[in-house]
Design a protein around this ligand. Sequence first.
Ligand SMILES: Cc1cc2nc3c(=O)[nH]c(=O)nc-3n(C[C@H](O)[C@H](O)[C@H](O)COP(=O)(O)OP(=O)(O)OC[C@H]3O[C@@H](n4cnc5c(N)ncnc54)[C@H](O)[C@@H]3O)c2cc1C
Length: 426
Amino acid sequence: MISKQQCWHPSRAAALAQLEQFVANAGSRYASQRNFDHGQSRHYSVSTLSPWIRHRSITEEEVIAAVLKQHSRTAADKFIQEVFWRTYWKGWLEARPQVWHNYRADVSAFYRESPETIRQCDAATSAGTGIECFDTWCKELVATGYLHNHARMWFASIWIFTLQLPWQMGADFFLRHLLDGDPASNTLSWRWVAGLHTTGKTYLARPENIEKYTGGRFSPTGQLSSTAHALTETPIGDKTELPVSSEITPDKTTGLLITEDDLCIDHLLKEAASHKLNVASVATLQTTALRSPAAVSDNATNFVQQLMKDCTTTQFNVRIDAAIDAISINSSKTPVAQVVNWASKNNLQQVVTAYAPTGPTAELIADIKLALNRQDVQLLSSVRQWDEKIWPHSSRGFFALKKKIPQLLDQLYPTQTSAIQQSLPF
Ligand SMILES: Cc1cc2nc3c(=O)[nH]c(=O)nc-3n(C[C@H](O)[C@H](O)[C@H](O)COP(=O)(O)OP(=O)(O)OC[C@H]3O[C@@H](n4cnc5c(N)ncnc54)[C@H](O)[C@@H]3O)c2cc1C
């Protein structure tokens, strides 16, 4: 079967090793096997790459480049589509940040005002529902920080339609525990299951489907709701303009701000080189703690912390000649003031960062930008070409984007031996 990787070492080297191991199976085998969930430590049918891709320790672009080196587009069609789902969700939310803000407000309100709901959610997630599959997935998620995609869909459906708990609190449980916890993929997938994304179309977890795709490990016959009525909400407002990269001024004393939303530094280094920036300092900003008003799991927090350390120690030290004053900012301690101090200590004239998509990092960056502006320091964001090209096609249903995938691949991979492929060590 497919991959043997079952734990997620927090480094780019580990991500590349996992990609190398998986890539031969990204063709027809992935297409036919991907729906099978073999259980904890047995996720042979999928890549298990998401904890790294989520933080861009390896990028979507690199993953697809590696796949296209070994498979035709047709053979890898299903895998490529799945990677595009990640970008689709991000682009969709980027155009409608209100959906994220509403979700955040709802979660905060539940924690503040509904102790009984919180008690019910805690009881469900303490593996005490008596629905064996659901209780097992709770344990797996808490223990490992990962669930198979099919398990995530079944879990969300049981949460909403069988246990009748608020989708927002299920999404919050996921976001606090998933190593790949992602504002767009998580919030919008939960909404998709609830019938809020494709209005009126819900996902119902069926016992026979669970039995089949867990290889008979579970058989929840008679325990699950047999109906799934779509949830409703007040209509979302108008779409927002998509972001564009800021104009970066050459020759200025510059700080690079690395966030957990983009840990592959090639992009920023290219910006620095093409604008002849004098990079005086590098800072890292970890925002994992901001995923929820409640505590985020140690698994997720430590994974991201180590990934960020790996980024500065293994990527920057070998790629930048100038001395680096790398600092870590712990978001629980006045992060805005810490970034301002960092900029002032290094006499920075501008700070350049990879664009942070809608989510906790983007919220914090907005505050940091205002505070830096007050000190006459500009904060400039650079949007990756990948996002810039795909997001404009992500504002409707996925199938509108799917139709554009061949054309987008032509643009993103003009030759089979693009520079990105050459940078991969295999
Ligand atoms: C309720 C629910 C919540 C989810 N929450 C998250 C989340 O917080 N973070 C997250 O990264 N994904 C989330 N997903 C999407 C998906 O389940 C995971 O990305 C996938 O399971 C990751 O495992 P993998 O790397 O082995 O995937 P593979 O099947 O090997 O897929 C390869 C890559 O494609 C992307 N991908 C695959 N399926 C999806 C999908 N449905 N949506 C978006 N991208 C996808 C991922 O980058 C993944 O690494 C959620 C799905 C559901 C149903």
